[in-house]
Ligand binder design. Sequence first.
Ligand SMILES: C[S@@+](CC[C@H](N)C(=O)[O-])C[C@H]1O[C@@H](n2cnc3c(N)ncnc32)[C@H](O)[C@@H]1O
Length: 196
Amino acid sequence: MSTKIDFESLWLRSLDYRIQQIMEEWLFFLSFLEEPKTSLEIGAKYGGTAFGLIKVSQEGGHVISIDPLPPRVKDLENERPSIKYSFLQGGSQESYIIQKAVEYAPFDVLFIDGEHHDDSPTQDFKNFLPHMNRKTGIIGFHDIKGKKSVVEIWSKIKSISPGATKELVTTPGKNGIGIFFLGKAREEIYLKSYSI
Ligand SMILES: C[S@@+](CC[C@H](N)C(=O)[O-])C[C@H]1O[C@@H](n2cnc3c(N)ncnc32)[C@H](O)[C@@H]1O
């Protein structure tokens, strides 16, 4: 856990970027990130979560956002000039977007908060899992209680790798953040034949 970050100020600045998270849940997630080098987020909206990822990155780090809508974020790249910020405009399941994103892999952090329909969060998980840092990688899911598609993938991950997850749900039946620690995951999760 990083000790250098002032999480209260970080949260207040995240509001400038209209973050779509519950404060306690988002700060809970960030508190497990140990100065990541490369972070990928799916679903940028106004940049609130990208801002947090930029703030906790190591010097010279890189944050990449994927979103089909044009950037609605302003000045994010100037928040910390030593951190590179890339915005990939497109859907996270489009093969050209995946191809572009994985050029920046391996990822230390993946935050999944894009399309919430059907099996989209599951596809995002499966598409980017092979490109994560297996020893120290961390995958966050938003809406583990709020959206059926996320509830499903999250319960599968927990059943396959109990002991590799943590979660915080501040309002029963709503929102919620799930964190998957790849270093504690069972190897089977990486097998293509494994049903998830
Ligand atoms: C809940 S918002 C993200 C909020 C942001 N993470 C935050 O907390 O500040 C969801 C975003 O996902 C984007 N989105 C929708 N479909 C997507 C897709 N297929 N791939 C990536 N992003 C998608 C939407 O345009 C929207 O900006």
